[in-house]
Write a protein of this length. Structure first.
Length: 94
């Protein structure tokens, strides 16, 4: 096999490390957050997540995309804005 797989996790980690970002906002579903993947990946960084209400809203937006419904771009902008207000320098969608 000549094709090498590309890990989106590794690409994301490399981009964050290359930019020396200290405060990383994570916009993800509850299931993804429960894996602690981002916390483990960015051990030496400040990982910022939304409160429970924000996580539930994010989950609804993600499910509306999966279901083929139009997700509210205003909803995503609101979620991203909240993470920025909490100090996020970069938002990782995951």
């Amino acid at each position: 096999m000549n094709t090498r797989p590309l890990s989106l996790i590794k690409v994301t980690e490399d981009a964050v490390l290359a930019k020396n970002i200290k405060n990383i906002g994570i916009l993800a579903s509850p299931a993804t957050l429960d894996t602690k993947l981002h916390t483990n990946l960015f051990r030496e960084r400040n990982v910022i997540v939304l409160d429970d209400a924000g996580i539930k809203k994010t989950s609804k937006i993600i499910h509306s995309v999966i279901d083929g419904k139009v997700a509210s771009s205003a909803g995503l902008k609101n979620q991203i804005g909240q993470l920025e207000e909490m100090g996020a320098e970069l938002i990782v969608l995951g």
